[in-house]
Design a protein. Structure first.
Ligand code: NAD
Ligand code: UFG
Length: 335
């Protein structure tokens, strides 16, 4: 298939582009590089030995998106492009609503106009809110506590309505849990903007000596060691989940959790990182971070049953690959 990958220069999009190319699909990337760099495109090509068609463009600009659909015969869209920082979304809600909603609306509109019937959307476990674990796709979604989460719920809704109104349209809503790690080549991975918000990039920067120590946000949660529990998934497993979702996509709306089904606490991740890489990660326990939930992990049986996909890589692989990337590339924008 000829696949339009928006946000394909970013963290998850770049790993997915590699997985798609390895599965013999063609990839067209549209990215405005607001959180990534064009060097990633060359790295994708050098890892796979295949050519990528790249457009530096903002997918909130309808004319730009339309010109893509006119120029290329597109079979499917995977829409990663979006802003993703929860904290920033609280401070700048309009940026989040306009970027994340308008990009999705533009792409959906052009899919209808040009007869492109396959759409895969990057959603998030955040849509489950503080439901009972494990989170199942059939659960009622809880109101998001921040504009970022709200955009994910709203985009899911728009794409669902569109598929109901257009029976030939196929939509895959993929709810990611906590992607970490990097490509095993050490060439691509995630470089957060400024001081990281997320746990793994914070750990790697502490290990490298860029930051003094990790702050563990709370050890009084109802978990075995009191720290927050998450379902960490290797970004390459997540990428392969997209290929499975796309290749098994049929008419209608299909929602799948992409996680491992296992919960790992903050302190367990720190210990696993230290063991995998034989490096010390100093930390201190501080108060809870506002908005955090105690426990978040997926029921992954639906993805296994319907997509024939399961995460293969373990926490040790995630820690090793995250560190390899930090050691080789820990500067600049994504990759
Ligand atoms: P990322 O920031 O690394 O990648 C997003 C890419 O989209 C970047 O390259 C950025 O330059 C591009 N982009 C943003 N707005 C754009 C626009 N208007 N036009 C063109 N390009 C634009 O983020 P990521 O971690 O790879 O996340 C990809 C998607 O997955 C996002 O939609 C995110 O919300 C979602 N997601 C991520 C996580 C996570 O933990 N990383 C979890 C759940 C869902
Ligand atoms: N944590 C710390 N110290 C830090 C950073 C995080 O103790 O410096 C803890 C958090 O309190 C939490 C766990 O580590 O218990 C994971 O936190 P992350 O920030 O890495 O991830 P979240 O689960 O909070 O959020 C991530 C994405 C969201 C997405 C959500 C669900 O950032 O966008 O996963 O997919 F919605």
């Amino acid at each position: 298939m000829n696949i339009l990958v928006t946000g394909g220069a970013g963290y998850i999009g770049s790993h997915t582009a590699i997985a798609l190319l390895e599965a013999k699909h063609s990839v067209i990337i549209a990215d405005n590089l607001c959180n990534s760099s064009s060097g990633t495109i060359r790295k994708i090509e050098s890892i796979t030995g295949k050519k990528v068609t790249f457009y530096e463009m903002d997918v909130t600009v309808e004319e730009a998106v339309e010109s893509l659909f006119k120029t290329h015969s597109i079979d499917a869209v995977i829409h990663f492009a979006g802003l993703k920082s929860v904290g920033e979304s609280v401070e700048k809600p309009l940026n989040y609503y306009s970027n994340n909603m308008i990009s999705t609306l533009n792409l959906a509109k052009m899919c209808l106009k040009y007869g492109v019937n396959r759409f895969v959307f990057s959603s998030s476990a955040t849509v489950y809110g503080d439901n009972i674990v494990p989170f199942e796709e059939s659960m009622n979604l809880l109101p998001a506590t921040n504009p970022y989460g709200e955009t994910k719920v709203m985009c899911e809704r728009i794409l669902t309505d569109l598929a109901h109104a257009n029976p030939a349209f196929s939509v895959s809503l993929l709810r990611y849990f906590n992607p970490i790690g990097a490509h095993e080549s050490g060439l691509i991975g995630e470089v957060p903007n400024g001081v990281p918000n997320n746990l793994m990039p914070y750990i790697t920067q502490v290990a490298k000596g860029k930051l003094a120590k990790l702050r563990v946000f709370g050890n009084d949660y109802p978990t075995a060691d009191g720290t927050g529990l998450r379902d960490y998934i290797h970004v390459v497993d997540l990428a392969e989940g997209h290929v499975a979702a796309l290749e098994n996509l049929i008419e209608g709306v299909h929602t799948h959790n992409l996680g491992t089904g296992n919960g790992t606490s903050v302190l367990e991740l720190v210990n696993a990182f230290e063991e995998a890489n034989r490096i010390h990660v100093p930390y201190e326990v501080v108060g809870r971070r506002p908005g955090d939930i105690a426990v978040c992990y997926a029921d992954v049986s639906k993805a296994a049953r319907e997509l024939g996909w399961k995460a293969k890589r373990n926490i040790n692989d995630m820690c090793r690959d995250a560190w390899r990337f930090e050691v080789h590339n820990g500067t600049g924008k994504t990759t």
